[in-house]
Ligand binder design. Structure first.
Ligand SMILES: C[S@@+](CC[C@H](N)C(=O)[O-])C[C@H]1O[C@@H](n2cnc3c(N)ncnc32)[C@H](O)[C@@H]1O
Length: 269
C-alpha cells in the first residue's frame, strides 16, 4: 500500500485539492505533525482516523533524527498494510517537514511506496492574497527572512518566516524595495492581515510572509496602457486605439512573446 504526502494548502479547508481530499477520505490513518494541519484535516477526516506525531521544537540534529526515526518507524508498518497519509500545510515539497519523513523512509523503510499530492503553497497563494501580479517573463525568488534578516538581490522576492518585520523592512527599503506583508493568508485560525506597514505585523507570528519588489513588473505589458490616465480609448467597434493608431499585430506579437503557455509545444513534452 502507499504513504501519501498530502499538501493541505494554506489553511482554509476548502483549499485542499480534490485529489488531496479523496486521499484523506480513503486513508486508514492520517498522520499530522501539528495543530494547524490537524485542524484542516479534521474537516475531511473523522478525528479517530488522525494520528498525531510529536516533534521537538529544537535545532539539535541528533534529537531531530531520533524524532523522525521514531515517526517513520510508527508509520511504516501501517503503510505496508494500508493506505496512509501524512499532511502538511501548503505543499509537501516546499519548505516542509515532509522532506524529513521522505528521507527517513528512504533510509530505513524503502519498501514502502510513497506518493505526493501537491498542495496550494503560500509561494503562489500570496499573490492573490496580496493583490500582486507576477506576469510572464518576470523572475521571482523565494528566500527566508527570519530574525530581522533582509535578503536582497533579485528584483522580486517572496520572503518566508518574517519574524521581525520592522528590522527586515529597514534593510529592504534601504535596498530600494517596496514591501507588502501577509499574515495568516487563507487561514481559518487567527486574523488574516495584509499591510505595507511593518508595525502592523511587529508581533511575532510564524505565519507571516512578505513580498518585496523594486520595479513594476507589469509596466511594459501591452495591457498596462489600459491603466494610465491617457489610456487608449475603445471605439464603438471594440478595437482599442492608441492615439488614433489601431492596436493590431504589434500588440498581438508582444502578447504572444509575453505569454506563458499552460503546456509546452507538442515536440517538447
Ligand atoms: C516552513 S514554511 C511552510 C511552507 C509550506 N509548505 C507552503 O508550501 O506554503 C512556513 C512559512 O511559510 C509562510 N506561510 C505558510 N503559510 C502561510 C500563510 N497561510 N500565510 C502567510 N504565510 C504563510 C510563512 O512565512 C511561514 O513562516
Amino acid at each position: 500500500m502507499t504513504l501519501y504526502g498530502v499538501g493541505l494548502g494554506p489553511g482554509q479547508s476548502d483549499l485542499v485539492t480534490v485529489r488531496g481530499k479523496r486521499v484523506l477520505e480513503r486513508a486508514d490513518v492520517v498522520y499530522s505533525p501539528g495543530r494547524l494541519s490537524r485542524s484542516v484535516a479534521t474537516d475531511h477526516v473523522p478525528e479517530d482516523r488522525i494520528g498525531d506525531l510529536d516533534f521537538p521544537m529544537t535545532r539539535d540534529e541528533e534529537k531531530l533524527r531520533s524524532a523522525w526515526t521514531e515517526a517513520a518507524a510508527a508509520i511504516a508498518p501501517t503503510a505496508r498494510e494500508d493506505d496512509v497519509a501524512f499532511v502538511t500545510l501548503g505543499d509537501p515539497n516546499v519548505y516542509s517537514t515532509f522532506g524529513h519523513l521522505r528521507r527517513t523512509m528512504a533510509a530505513f523503510h524503502d519498501d514502502v511506496d510513497l506518493e505526493v499530492v501537491p498542495g496550494v503553497s503560500a509561494v503562489t497563494a500570496f499573490a492573490t492574497a496580496l493583490g500582486v501580479e507576477i506576469p510572464a517573463g518576470s523572475g521571482l525568488a523565494l528566500r527566508e527572512a527570519a530574525g530581522g534578516h533582509s535578503p536582497t538581490g533579485p528584483d522580486r522576492m517572496v520572503l518566508f518566516k518574517v519574524t521581525d518585520a520592522p528590522t527586515t523592512h529597514e534593510g529592504l527599503v534601504d535596498a530600494g524595495y517596496d514591501v507588502v506583508y501577509g499574515r495568516r493568508l487563507f487561514m481559518e485560525q487567527g486574523e488574516t492581515l495584509v499591510t505595507d506597514d511593518p508595525a502592523d505585523v511587529d508581533e511575532r507570528d510564524y505565519y507571516t510572509l512578505a513580498y518585496a519588489d523594486r520595479d513594476d513588473p507589469t509596466a511594459d505589458l501591452a495591457t498596462a496602457a489600459f491603466e494610465t490616465t491617457d489610456s487608449p480609448t475603445v471605439t464603438d467597434g471594440g478595437t482599442p486605439t492608441d492615439g488614433g493608431r489601431p492596436m493590431g499585430e504589434a500588440t498581438l506579437e508582444q502578447a504572444e512573446s509575453e505569454a506563458c503557455g499552460d503546456e509546452p509545444p507538442e515536440g517538447n513534452r
